[in-house]
Structures are given as C-alpha cells and as structure tokens.
Ligand binder design. Sequence first.
Ligand code: F6P
Length: 374
Amino acid sequence: MFSIERRVRRIWVEAKPTMMSYTLEQEQTTKQILSRYPNNVDEMARQALGKKHWLVLATGSSINAAQSARYYIEKMTGAILDIREPFHFTNYDQLSDHIDYIAGVSQSGQSTSTIGALERIKKESGLPIAALSSDVHSAMSEVADLMVDVGCGKERVGYVTKGFTATTLTLMLAGLRIADLSGKLSSDEVAEQINQFNLACSSINSIIAKTESFYEQFKDELLTAPKFTVIACGPAVGTINEFETKFIETVRVPSRGVELEAFMHGPYLEVNQEHRIFFVETDSKVRDRLIRLKQYESKITPYTYGIVLEASSDPRTIGLELSISEWIAPLVLIVPFQVLAYHIAEGRGNNLSQRIYTDFGVAMSSKTAPGDYV
Ligand SMILES: O=P(O)(O)OC[C@H]1O[C@](O)(CO)[C@@H](O)[C@@H]1O
C-alpha cells in the first residue's frame, strides 16, 4: 500500500471518491474548518449566546456527531443539550417551555424527519433555529433562520466519514466561540483549546496509518467476527454510536456500541468466546472501571482490543499518542472505526462502491431528493 501522504495526494486525480478517499480527506478538511475559526461559527455563537437549553434534532451520523460534540459544548457554554431523533420528536414529544434554542443538523440538508421537526417548531414557537449542513442551499434552509456550513462540501458516498468529523468539529467550535464571546474563557484558554483542536486534526493521517497496520495484524480475527461490541463512557458515547452506524452500514454484521455502565445491566450476559470487543479509553474519571471491565471480559473472549489516547505497547491496542482532553477526543476517536469499517467490509467482500437499495430514500420519503451519489 502507498504511504498515507501519497494516497492523500492521489485523491485529487481519482475520478470516483470512495468512503476511504473521504476518510483520507479528513485531516485536510478539519484543518481548513479550524483555520476559519471564529468566522465560520460566529453567527451561530451570537445567536446561541446566553441560551440555556438547546434542543438538537438530527438522525443517523448527524445525531452521532451531535452526541460527540455535546459534552464539549455543555462544558464550554453551561447550556444543556437535549438531543433527539426528529421523527419521534415530531410525532410524540412535547416542546418543553425550557427550550430556548433549536439546532437542526443534517449533512445533506435533505432528511425529511429533521426538516419536519424544524417545521413543527417554527409553527409552534418563535424560537431561533440554526441548521447545520454541508449544503447551505439544501431543503433544510427553507425552515432555518440561520444556515451554518459545516465546511466539508458534499460527500458523494452513502457511508459518511468526513461529514461526521466536519459536523462534530463545527459544533464544538460553536461551543468554543460562545465561551469566548461570553468571557467564560480567557484568550489564553481559547488559544489552548485551539491548540488541542490543531493537535487532534493534525493526527488524523497518523491514526489512519496506525489503524491500517493494526488491521493487517488482526485481519483474520476481524474478518471472521460474528459480532462487534464497542464500550466507552462520557463524550465517547457519541463515538460508539457512530461506530455502530458505520459498521451496520458497511460491515453488515451485528454491531453495537454500549455505554460502560449500561453494558453491566444485560449486555454482559451475551458475551461468549467469539465476541470481538473494543474498549475506548480516554482520561475519564471512570477509566478504572472501564479497565476492570476489559480485564474481566478478556477472560471470556481472547478477542478484546483497545483504543487509547496515549501511546501503547500492547499490540491489541491502538495508541493514538495524542495529548487532548476527553471532551475533544470524540473528534478523532471515530477515525479507527471508519478505517476498520472500510477494510473489514471490503475484506468480507462487501463492495462499498456498489450501491444497494438505491430506491429506498424515495420509496420511504426519508429524503427530499435522491442521494447525489457517485
Ligand atoms: O445527515 P443527514 O443528511 O440528515 O443524513 C442522516 C443519515 O441518513 C443517511 O443519509 C442515510 O439515509 C446517512 O448516511 C446519514 O447518516
């Protein structure tokens, strides 16, 4: 295989993008988004300044991105983020009086459930509505007061990767800008946050390279897996939800992301010696509990693996060698799972360039228009 740098350079001459070529674009795309701070999120930050209770509506990878950014935004702003599935919200939920800010997130801007939820809110309230998308002229723009460009351009494959990191980063930066404007952070503290984002974005190609060598080493175990489980806690719960989405879309074997403590109340009972379990560790205050669980499960199945932020000498663990907080970590913790999803799927013979169920979005009216896919 060519080096990551050479593969990144080749993307621009390849006619047809793939999930992997978009994965390889992420370092450059996230660096560009970061370089546009604060202008890219300034309007949203001013709109949301002082708001205490956000309702965030999104589905698929977009809700996973919102969950990945949630704790960072909450820490930065002091606001509470109530993140919900829009279809369920529209048909069953009440619009609480406590809500004072609305954010809809749809990378395509074409998910009818997200647009429908925003339409309901517009009809029932005068709450300010921001919509984040990679297409600011998409159907979602008709209902939003403010369109926020997540800055990655259209992603023309069904299994999004760069749209996920771009959305997560844009949301996090909006949180940072609010902290900056409100005076919650000093200019030195803002610079320290930017520095951590820089470290994270600049590490993406090296995370891809590390994951590919991990994959080569454990290929046989990964390709024959009957089931994947990933366990994490805190902000990394957004990561494991996106792992689940990505593996189900591409690898297509049972895959589940489970929050640490939730795993101990039912899911532990199904573990057998064939299960493949990943543990995602950050500098969490409950990290010891995660490590204890990993030790316990490693006695039941030999197929346990780790992802940690620091370096690791354990071959079964991908050490990202990255000094960033657990709040920012979800921006890049997803990258190993994107790379594994692609290689395991292709290795199992799922040709991801061959689209399937192409009539689904139109048949079920889940999108306003057929996907603009290659
Ligand atoms: O972020 P969007 O464009 O609303 O899409 C939500 C989800 O729907 C899909 O497009 C599938 O219909 C996923 O790829 C995506 O994660």
